[in-house]
Ligand binder design. Structure first.
Ligand SMILES: *Cc1c(COP(=O)(O)O)cnc(C)c1O
Length: 388
């Protein structure tokens, strides 16, 4: 083991089972380790570096802001934060944005909005939030409670009360659980990421949205992983023809800097007032300046390219030996494989490709601007590694 790996294992909390790879630098979709070995990055930091590593335009936007002001308290106005909020609202039709630093925090804000709205409109006993089985919403005690996977919950009890879980894609079961509880809100991922890259059925999503609307329940869509162009739409809910009350996002929005955003529709735009919520780092000028650059480059032509690359991957992998099925949407890809996914990921690392897993699947979340030739090179290696 190298000196760096020993130091890291000695002093960094052991929450991550790291691969023995030390990334030193990179450009776009290619990264290099401490031995000078090149890898194609098919994980983009779990869907974070939307335009790849050290993208030139993004660096220009970030460094320009770095030379002006790197942080100010939210007691004062700063331009990047307002500009990004305007851009998000213009592109989505949402009315206001609360900025934080991560996906879990973006969801925490969404849940607070749903609870306050329900307390004011339907009574304080309407606080329960319904989420789906196999969902993933974060690691804080509240977003863990929202996460519909029991194995994350063990030994961290008691979690925040007021969460129930329904099976995905079963409208009858959903309705039964919804009827049995006094719901403030419903929180869903349109494509479940950590749960196995599972795109929800359009009929189910529409049914859930209709139910929420009919009962004045706040519909929240967790777009932390699916958002910011990942599925080939700016936000995945747009693929489903629904209008959520709240949209939470993070990961790709900052292009690699920490940033969370909770988008509020007209119905809930004024639910949070002075003092109801806050974040010291939320709306950081550097993160926001980077995000303005990232989002303003995601136009229709760019999103069409994301969809085309997603189609290319699906076409290339379907029916390949050792591959049972390919799931997901756009550049959010789950590969159901015959061999253990972890074995395939290790083989890919040996052969210079970084990919992820989600449950028993191999998961790909490449940079949205990955060049076609590099993508093709990676897909050939992954295909080969999947062979029984
Ligand atoms: C990653 C993720 C989160 C948590 O985001 P953090 O930034 O790690 O807090 C929440 N929801 C979904 C769908 C995610 O993929």
């Amino acid at each position: 083991m190298s000196e760096l790996q020993i130091k890291d294992q000695t002093y960094v909390a052991g929450t991550y089972a790291r691969f023995p790879v030390e990334i030193l630098s990179g450009k776009g979709s290619e990264v290099y380790d401490s031995n000078g070995k090149r890898y194609i990055d098919m994980g983009s930091g779990i869907g974070v570096t939307a335009f790849g590593i050290s993208d030139d335009e993004w660096i220009t936007a970030v460094t320009a802001q770095l030379g002006r002001v790197q942080h100010m308290s939210n007691l004062y106005y700063t331009e990047p934060c307002a500009k990004l909020a305007e851009l998000l609202c213009t592109r989505t039709g949402m009315k206001k944005v609360f900025f934080s630093n991560s996906g879990a925090e973006a969801n925490e804000c969404a849940i607070k909005v749903a609870r306050k709205y329900a307390a004011e409109h339907r009574g304080e006993d309407h606080y329960t939030v319904l989420t789906l089985e196999k969902s993933f919403h974060g690691r804080t005690l509240t977003t863990l409670a929202a996460t519909g996977q029991d194995h994350f919950h063990k030994l961290f009890q008691p979690l925040t009360p007021g969460f129930v879980h329904a099976p995905a894609n079963d409208l009858a079961a959903f309705t039964e659980i919804a009827e049995a509880n006094k719901l403030a809100g419903i929180l869903i991922e349109c494509v479940q990421g950590e749960g196995g890259v599972i795109a929800l059925d359009p009929d189910f999503v529409k049914g859930v949205a209709d139910y929420a609307k009919a009962h004045d329940i706040i519909l929240m869509v967790d777009e932390v992983q699916t958002g910011n162009g990942r599925t080939g739409a700016l936000y995945a809910y747009m693929n489903y023809g629904i209008t959520p009350d709240v949209v939470s996002t993070a990961k790709g929005i900052g292009g690699g800097l920490p940033l969370g955003a909770t988008l509020l529709s007209e119905k809930v735009e004024n639910v949070l007032g002075h003092g109801d919520h806050g974040s010291t780092f939320g709306g950081n000028p550097i993160s926001c300046a980077g995000a303005v650059n990232i989002l303003s480059r995601m136009d229709d032509a760019f999103l069409a390219e994301v969809r085309a690359k997603g189609d290319y991957i699906r076409e290339a992998l379907k029916d390949a030996p050792g591959i049972k099925s390919v799931s997901g949407m756009g550049l959010m890809v789950g590969i159901e494989v015959e061999k253990p996914a972890g074995e395939i990921v290790k083989e890919c690392i040996d052969r210079g490709v970084l990919c992820l897993t989600a449950k028993e699947k191999v998961r790909l979340l490449p940079a949205l601007n990955i060049p076609q030739d590099i993508l093709a090179e990676a897909i050939e290696i992954i295909k080969d590694a999947c062979k029984p």
